[in-house]
Design a protein around this ligand. Structure first.
Ligand SMILES: *Cc1c(COP(=O)(O)O)cnc(C)c1O
Length: 240
């Protein structure tokens, strides 16, 4: 490669920006998990990140995640962050550390069924279409509380919080309102369910997955627990 990316250097810069965002917002730096989004990137680059200490990798396609998993070290936590088709559920349950992109009750039911079958608990986040974009997956903010309750009732699942993919922006600040909205939806769901016996499945419902290369610092300031950063670590992608 002529213009090789320096993954280690990029990582250090991203980590430093996360540290500063934590400082600004009075959070401890280790309260944020950096998920290195490695989709479309070759295993060699992932290994550079691994050698620089990364143990959380994000992929958006099941097949790609599984084939990288086969050749990468076993102590990696794989985060599935892309839309999951119901016919791929069997392949991913028991493999992904956490599925960030659960966008329907039907999908949650399939994951639940397969988890029970395997005798495991699968960690999931519910994806919210926070900006109401036609082109995006996710549950509408209006339907979020009832959907969370429906999902929380299912066995074999641990619904840990919410995830969003707001519009691409040139200035991080422009997405602050969406991150703030996602945080508020989480709080709202918790309040709605705290006095509700059916809400018992939501005790660990505390996590926010938000922020990408263009806006992760703002997301951290608004309470992100996971930031999903790809191109700022691995360089631009040729496609998706
Ligand atoms: C690709 C992707 C990311 C990372 O995007 P970058 O802008 O490269 O940091 C984060 N989240 C999801 C859901 C993605 O598909």
């Amino acid at each position: 490669m002529s213009d090789a990316v320096n993954v280690k250097e990029n990582l250090e810069a991203v980590r430093e920006r996360i540290r500063r965002a934590c400082e600004r917002s009075g959070r401890s730096a280790d309260s944020v998990t950096l998920v290195a989004v490695s989709k479309t990137k070759p295993v060699e680059l992932l290994m550079e990140a691994y050698d620089a200490g990364v143990r959380d990798f994000g992929e958006n396609k099941v097949q790609e995640m599984l084939s990288k998993m086969e050749v990468m070290p076993k102590d990696i936590r794989w985060h599935l962050i892309g839309h999951l088709q119901t016919n791929k559920v069997k392949q991913v349950v028991g493999k992904a550390h956490i599925i960030h992109s659960v966008d329907s009750v039907k999908l949650a039911e399939m994951i639940s069924k397969e988890s029970v079958k395997q005798g495991i608990i699968t960690r999931i986040l519910m994806e919210i279409n926070i900006a109401g974009e036609e082109s995006k997956f996710g549950i509408t903010p209006e339907n979020a509380p009832e959907t969370a309750l429906a999902i929380a009732r299912l066995p074999g699942l641990e619904l840990r919080g919410l995830m969003c993919v707001p519009p691409y922006v040139d200035i991080s600040e422009k997405n602050r309102t969406f991150f703030c909205d996602l945080h508020n939806i989480l709080v709202d769901i918790k309040e709605k369910t705290v006095h509700n016996i059916e809400g018992f499945g939501l005790t660990g419902f505390t996590e926010l997955s938000m922020g990408m290369s263009g806006d992760f610092e703002t997301a951290v300031e608004e309470g992100a627990d996971y930031v999903r950063v790809g191109s700022s670590i691995f360089g631009e992608r040729d496609y998706h």
